[in-house]
Design a protein around this ligand. Sequence first.
Ligand SMILES: NCCC[C@H](NC(=O)CCC(=O)O)C(=O)O
Length: 446
Amino acid sequence: MKTVEANFDGLVGPTHNYAGLSFGNIASKSNANAVSNPKQAALQGLDKMKALADMGMIQGILAPQERPDVYALRRLGFNGTDAAVMKNAYAQAPHIFLACCSASSMWTANAATVSPSADTADKRIHFTPANLTNKFHRSIEPEVTGNVLKAVFNNDAFFAHHKHLPDNDHFGDEGAANHTRLCTEYEQPGVELFVYGKHAFDDSQVKPTKFPARQTIEASQAVARLHQLDETKTVFAQQHPDVIDAGVFHNDVIAVGNKDVLFYHQDAFLHTEKVRQQIQQGLGDAAFHFIEVPRDKVSVQDAIKSYLFNTQLISLPSGEMVIIAPMECEQNTAVKTYLDWLLTQNNPIKRVLFFDVKQSMQNGGGPACLRLRVVLNQHEQQAVNSACLMNEMKYGQLQTWVNKHYRDRLHADDLIDPQLLNESRTALDELTQLLGLGSVYPFQQI
Ligand SMILES: NCCC[C@H](NC(=O)CCC(=O)O)C(=O)O
């Protein structure tokens, strides 16, 4: 068994909806109040997972969270039965209520930052759940995310789990969406690239002025310390404030890397040349491919609309590198022309495959947002909870599970239906059995 990079995708939760919760994320804002289809969203996600498993990739499944989050609503002063909590919250504070209903844990690129054992001093894989402090609806994810990760990577000899960083904007952390690991072979020590949006403790540094910078350098540095990374192979790069202001709310909307390739937009970083030098230095003499997409071929606007960089750049078992892209890339002329040209060039990327993840895209989440990457060597592969891995049987079971429990139409007004909470809890209880997770949800622990 070779060392490989596995993808753990988030299962879309039964309350998937469009509430316009993410200021700075253009798709989320422009689809606010649209009617969603949780069933279709979950099935689209499963299809992508199954397709990657069929290509010979290790594909994992991460369980969604319990929503509406009545515990958060109780902390905010709503009381009575669960039904009363939901009804009163919706009547008195609809925005808070909707935030507590979001299925946003589906975007597991924001679940945690993960450092492979080849990069860490104690040679274990390190996980730090992201605190996601910048958005209230996401800041209520990290506890359960930590529970789920511990249930999937449940072996202290191989996996080290940290608590999320202090819940404060100074340590705003969005996880793997702002973290890329580059290397020659997965089992070799790599360079870990952390991309941040602002300095929290130094006002003299530039930062975006229109939209929030969700990740601070102080958070990235803390994660690097916790993960015991080699300083000579750790790079901190500032995302260009102008692209954050244009709607690039995470680095994975403007750059993606895999092995010896960094595929990024010309405007992604504030000091591009320095980033390139530091990466190259960290990797020593090894040949590296910087694929920079010029703005005159693909504008930042087209990159945001199509999610060209929110693609998964994966290495198949054959060694061939392919791009897993959303359909929107095929439909955007500038992007499709660029991709066709890219495949004719001398670089490791050989194919592009297009997937329909529209239900997720409408909230600003492309294929790469839906997955958390975990490099696993042979022993680590055996230590993972195998019930969380995708295969023919698991695919069938999960499809049946979704079809049984999920609605195919959900509007904001439907979210106060106490029946939806019951349906979700019944579904999640069954899911924890299917995935062998034990009790990870608050409703299972009371
Ligand atoms: N990595 C992609 C994350 C997308 C996510 N969208 C949202 O939460 C939108 C939810 C809504 O608007 O209903 C976010 O912005 O963090």
